[in-house]
Design a protein around this ligand. Structure first.
Ligand code: NAG
Ligand code: NAG
Ligand code: NAG
Ligand code: NAG
Ligand code: NAG
Ligand code: ZN
Length: 497
């Protein structure tokens, strides 16, 4: 959960429902038998300490070498490895046309359910590979990265059974990692922590398409934006601050909540906030309460990756008895969410006339401010909900290419683009490119530059629309030199008079 206020309510049991308790006991007895075998695999329904967690990942990598790779993205403040298990056919590198997916858990050290879910998920995917058709297809066609613990230091000071305190939430340097990412409105409030830096490098290095960040403390899917401009924050009312891709975020958030047996009911009934309701089990982050420096917004602002935040249950560190019920409640949702990378929107390649990949071409959807860029193999993924779209691909020194595309539900839509170079022979080195005699070309060059920032075109809810529009106006004046110049002239004239 994302609360920062200290809650020293010592722990009640996570659920008073007897049925859940009985189920938990039965499952625990069933799986407890295997524990006596003393093998690391299959993954046991216990809380794995940092050493045991690493051992499980090593055991999975050793048992399934053809479809896994264990790697570290860096070290925590205290020097513990931040281990990622990659699961895919032919692991080790990006395969052109194969989408990259990630799950990140235990960013708040005391929210541990996600940590165990990712170990169980890793085991499930590996052990069912070649046996279960659905899993095999998923592992063959997707590069899945699992980071079970982003905050192993914080985990060390957390305690089993502690449902709601903040002990162990922060890294060893006392910083909340989900407030530590660069923020478009509030900048950098705390020094970047090693865990944050490691994750930032990772998300810029791999061309991730889709992601989720696993937390605990309530039961809901939270989607961007988490933060909003100061003037809207000051208004004192709750503001639904939607991203340009709100329709997509709502759709993918619902895929998770609807695949979960209780989340979609939207009534977590957590002891701290008994009356809290989330229609369909989802919420816009800012509409719930704004946070600054969150990881999901950073993913969206800075990369191609769409990330949501999963709150898996009321109790942050439930007794081990509850791990199997959590797993059965989340297994289908976790897998369905990965599958979305294949069934939502369009993907394809952008190449030049000779079929060579074009790196860094911008995929622009008409009337949608967020742009996606191609990876070095020329491949791209653009999540979109079903509908008709006009897509423009732009790259410096190439002519734009435009296509009308119909995205249909549940079917991957492949759209390739071939870009043609602008006449290189006519290129006059003494003249800037934007001043070519062909006005159409000049416009094409201008367009992407004048629309890079999408913060200003984000839609807001009704009343607040006006408040949000004013910064947009001033920004566009600043960007337009002739308006700015005439404004300065007017001021000068007024002053001189
Ligand atoms: C971590 O867990 C393993 C396996 O349960 C146990 O043997 C080991 O003593 C634990 N390490 C620490 C530091 O508690
Ligand atoms: C890995 O793949 C090779 C070649 O396809 C195969 O011979 C081997 O049995 C596989 N190993 C495992 C552990 O599946
Ligand atoms: C900028 O993007 C917005 C929203 O996608 C669009 O309505 C507007 O026409 C674009 N402006 C330019 C100059 O491309
Ligand atoms: C998309 O365009 C097709 C025709 O090209 C039309 O039949 C269809 O109704 C359109 N779909 C939507 C959602 O607008
Ligand atoms: C798109 O390009 C890729 C790579 O060149 C190719 O494998 C694929 O068949 C193309 N798809 C379509 C629909 O043109
Ligand atoms: Zn959290």
């Amino acid at each position: 959960m994302r609360q920062t206020r200290v809650q020293e309510m010592e722990c009640e049991l996570p659920s008073t429902k007897w049925r859940t308790l009985w189920l938990a006991i039965v499952l625990h007895l069933l799986y407890g038998v295997q524990q006596t075998q003393c093998n690391i695999l299959p993954v046991k329904p216990t809380h794995h300490n940092n050493t045991a967690l690493h051992q499980v990942l090593e055991a999975l990598a050793a048992t399934y070498p053809n479809i896994t790779r264990l790697y570290s993205i860096g070290k925590s403040y205290q020097g513990k490895g931040l281990w990622v298990l990659e699961i895919t056919k032919n692991p080790g590198m990006h395969t052109p046309g194969k989408p990259e997916f990630k799950y990140v858990a235990n960013m708040h050290g005391n929210e541990v359910v996600g940590r165990e879910m990712l170990l169980l998920l890793a085991d499930y995917l590996c052990s069912n590979y070649g046996r279960n058709e659905r899993v095999t297809k998923l592992v063959d066609t997707t590069r899945i990265h699992l980071l079970p613990s982003m905050n192993p230091d914080g985990w060390e000071s957390s305690k089993e059974g502690d449902c709601s305190s903040v002990r162990g939430r922060f890294n060893a340097n006392g910083v909340d990692l989900n407030r530590n990412f660069p923020d478009p409105y509030d900048g950098q409030r705390n020094e970047l922590q090693p865990e944050t830096k490691a994750v930032m490098n990772w998300i810029h290095q791999e061309p991730f398409v889709l992601s989720a960040n696993l937390h605990g403390g309530t039961l809901v899917v939270n989607y961007p934006f988490d933060n909003l401009p100061v003037e809207l924050k000051r208004s004192g009312t709750r503001v639904y601050y939607s991203s340009p891709d709100d329709d997509i975020f709502v759709t993918i958030a619902k895929v998770y909540s609807l695949a979960h047996p209780t989340m979609h009911k939207g009534h977590p009934q957590c002891p701290i906030q008994r009356r809290e309701r989330f229609p369909d089990g989802i919420t816009n982050g800012a509409a719930w309460y704004p946070i600054s420096g969150g990881m999901q917004d950073y993913n969206y602002y800075k990369t191609n990756c769409f990330e949501i935040t999963l709150e898996l249950g009321c109790c942050k560190y439930p007794p081990a008895l509850y791990i199997m019920p959590y797993w059965y409640a989340n297994r289908e949702a976790l897998i369905k969410y990965i599958e979305l990378v294949h069934t939502t929107g369009i993907r394809g390649f952008v190449v030049d006339e000779k079929g060579r990949p074009i790196d860094g071409a911008r995929i622009v959807i008409e009337n949608r401010a967020k742009k996606i860029k191609t990876y070095k193999d020329g491949d791209y993924w653009r999540l979109l909900v079903p509908g008709n779209y006009t897509i423009r691909v732009a790259k410096r020194r190439y002519k734009n290419s435009k296509k009308k595309v119909t995205v249909v539900p549940d079917v991957p839509t492949v759209v390739n683009f071939t870009l043609v170079r602008r006449r290189p022979k006519n290129f006059n080195r003494r003249r800037p490119a934007a001043m070519t005699s062909n006005p159409a070309e000049a416009v094409q060059l201008e367009k992407p530059a004048s629309n890079v920032s999408f913060h200003s075109v984000v839609t807001h809810r009704d009343k607040l629309q006006l408040a949000a529009k004013s910064p947009k106006k001033s920004a566009s004046i600043a960007r337009n030199p002739s308006i700015a110049a005439s404004f300065i002239c007017l001021v000068l004239v007024a002053v001189l008079k």
